[in-house]
Design a protein around this ligand. Structure first.
Ligand SMILES: Nc1ncnc2c1ncn2[C@@H]1O[C@H](COP(=O)(O)OP(=O)(O)OP(=O)(O)O)[C@@H](O)[C@H]1O
Length: 310
């Protein structure tokens, strides 16, 4: 049965290119109203998977449903509902940014009036209004990324597939991207984002799918990620007092850094445990100069997965 509000469901999907098994066995769900992060090292199959979801590549086996449709059997139903932002954008160099968007709108069958107003609205959303009448070739890499995002949104798709959307963006544009993606999810859209910048995904994503060597190795919500064991770094003045105190509480630690900026890394089971340790150290008159999580929640999961440097 077709469920247009079904988001994305992927089960047992595989795809090879000759002898290269780009995707071996991937399962995940990306529900509507949420941002799902696709995380994995270079060559783990993320782009191949996105191409399958976008109906641009067929899976060799497995089940895929995008907004209730099978991309291999019903590509036009899928394409009308999916906005796809590839990791590198080919631009029509002589067209202006506005013309690029309007041309795409025409391809999606939008009327002249509808595509003009939608294109103008999207140029505002991605902060490109002053470049709307410039040929797309003069846009910087980050500006081209933003145009690519606007392109993906032209037909107001229910499902968004964004491959490395933050790459090339300056910090201000990354913050704008984050709030744009959150607002699209809040409108009920299904958003899938692949990125290597895990600290950023912590802020954007509701859930994450970790892939390695073509397999999905973990599915996790950000709430679950936030309650797992986490590494904290701690610095004190002097470090010897910190070492002695930790030793007396039976807390083991690793030393990181150099003599100029030495710090201890400690594994803690929860934020409550971290709060207890910080309080105990301070009450024990250890002069703490820094105490913070060593990485974001997703980065901690990524580092903890036993998949030879996933
Ligand atoms: N058309 C193709 N022909 C042959 N091999 C391919 C093809 N497309 C992808 N591959 C291979 O499949 C594997 C997965 O590639 P894919 O681009 O999906 O990875 P990725 O996770 O997106 O990587 P990155 O993070 O570097 O973008 C790689 O080993 C890649 O070389």
């Amino acid at each position: 049965m077709t469920d247009e509000n079904g988001g994305i469901v992927v089960e047992g999907v595989a795809r090879s290119f000759g002898s290269v098994q780009a995707v071996r066995d991937v399962d995940f769900q990306a529900p509507p109203g949420e941002v799902t992060a696709l995380i994995g090292p270079n060559g783990s199959g993320k782009t191949t998977l996105m191409l399958i979801l976008a109906s641009l590549l067929a899976a060799d086996k497995g089940t895929v449903r995008v907004a209730g449709f099978d991309p291999a059997a019903q590509p036009s139903e899928v394409r009308s509902r999916v906005g796809w932002m590839p990791d590198t954008l080919g631009v029509w160099e002589s067209l202006t940014a506005l013309e690029v968007l309007k041309t795409l709108g025409a391809l999606y069958g939008m009327s002249e009036a509808a595509r003009t107003s939608r294109a103008e609205e999207l140029l505002v959303a991605v902060s490109l209004t002053e470049y709307g009448r410039q040929p797309a070739r003069v846009l910087s890499r980050g500006q081209q990324q933003r145009l690519s995002l606007a392109r993906a949104l032209i037909h107001d798709p229910a499902v968004l597939l964004l491959d490395e959307p933050a790459s090339g963006l300056d910090p201000g544009s990354r913050v704008e991207l984050r709030s744009l993606l959150r607002s699209l999810a809040a409108q009920g859209k299904t958003v899938v984002v692949s990125s290597h910048v895990l600290s950023e995904l912590d802020e954007i994503a509701d859930r994450a799918v970790f892939v390695n060597r073509g397999r999905s190795v973990k599915n996790q919500t950000l709430d679950e990620a936030g309650t797992q064991t986490r590494r904290y770094y701690v610095r004190a003045e002097p470090m010897s007092a910190l070492a002695a105190a930790l030793g007396s509480y039976g807390v083991s630690f690793e030393t990181r850094g150099d003599s100029r900026r030495e710090e201890f890394l400690i594994q803690l089971g929860s934020t409550a445990e971290a709060a207890w340790l910080l309080r105990t150290l301070v009450l024990g008159e250890v002069v703490i100069t820094a105490f913070a999580p060593a990485g974001g929640a997703l980065e901690e999961t990524y580092m903890s997965l036993d998949t030879d440097r996933l």
